[in-house]
Design a protein around this ligand. Structure first.
Ligand SMILES: [Ca+2]
Length: 309
């Protein structure tokens, strides 16, 4: 497993000591309800272009088509094996990492270290990310996916949620089987991503580097992205062949894509990382963790294929 170079146990111990003194995600400062609004489909510039929509809360999403891919990499770390074939239904995915502007407009606060409205929000915990998903769903008149108490995900709901690890890797690869969405050579990563060698020890505005073939920006680098799945280094041996959702329980959640502080290897399409879900819920959350959201296709798109769930 590719781990982030941070003394997590020490930080968690300090966090536990601080305990209830740390600020939990508060209620949104502004909660003006927005009525149900259908997303407005916008055809791409050409037939082969990714189909995008701009949702009622102003965030651009792209249709990720249904299909099959080989998840993992037998040449990679132990937890990337075995490479295995996975089939996924179509879904909508945010074209960019959730920005600080989008997060603050819905949640009434901005936890980020590198403050700028157009940069990805960071210092967000897994619970904070799913609370954003629920708030975004409510703002658009959709049924929230997450139980507000247990944070269990209802995949049948039409609201927003975090991508499964399989969905994330499928979208990152965008039809490729190489180490990165642009090929195998890490020397090309600087053109596609903000990572340790070019980021200058900070995040950058979401969507500056070119998108992958499916219209997704910053899947490699900038901020690492929380996924739905509980992390298990042996998860792939037990994956369902269709829409796998990971283990039912465990201590950590998956993070994908590497970040501004990651080396090239940690930014590979199949590289896996993980962290305790509440890690960034403490007062000094980690400034390399962000997220993006997905949503069922039958909730928004006229041409989307309903996922097999
Ligand atoms: Ca990213």
């Amino acid at each position: 497993m590719m781990r982030f170079p941070l003394p997590c146990a020490l930080v968690l111990a300090v966090a536990a000591a601080l305990g209830a003194g740390c600020a939990e995600e508060g209620p949104p400062a502004a909660s003006a309800q927005v009525g149900p609004q259908a997303a407005s489909p916008q055809a791409g510039p050409g037939a082969a272009s990714p189909q995008t929509i701009r949702t009622a809360t102003g965030i651009e999403m792209v249709l990720v088509p249904a299909g099959e891919f080989v998840m993992g990499d037998d040449r990679g770390e132990t937890d990337e094996r075995p490479a295995h074939r996975v089939r996924l239904g179509a879904f909508w995915m945010d074209t960019r990492e959730v920005t600080q502007g989008a997060y603050e407009s819905l949640m009434g606060r901005n936890p980020s270290k590198f403050v700028a409205a157009d940069r990805p929000v960071e210092r967000v915990s897994w619970p904070a990310a799913v609370r954003f998903c629920n708030m975004r769903s409510r703002q658009e008149g959709l049924r929230p996916c997450y139980d507000p108490q247990t944070l269990a995900c209802d995949f049948a709901a039409d609201g927003y949620r975090l991508p499964t690890e399989a969905e994330w890797e499928y979208a990152c690869r965008a039809g490729t089987a190489t180490a990165y969405a642009f090929g195998d050579d890490p020397s090309g990563l600087g053109r596609a991503a903000w990572f340790k060698e070019n980021a200058g020890k900070t995040t950058h505005p979401a969507g500056v580097k070119g998108p992958n073939a499916w219209g997704l920006f910053d899947m490699h680098g900038n901020v690492a992205e929380w996924c739905h799945d509980v992390y298990d280094e042996r998860a792939y041996a037990r994956h369902a062949s269709s829409d796998p959702r990971g283990p039912a329980s465990g201590d950590e959640r998956v993070l994908r894509g590497g970040s501004w502080r990651s080396g090239a290897d940690a930014c590979r399409s199949s590289a896996r990382a993980s962290e305790a879900p509440g890690f960034a819920d403490v007062c000094f959350g980690y400034e390399a963790y962000g997220f993006r959201c997905v949503r069922r296709t039958d909730a928004a798109g006229p041409d989307g294929e309903a996922p097999d769930r």
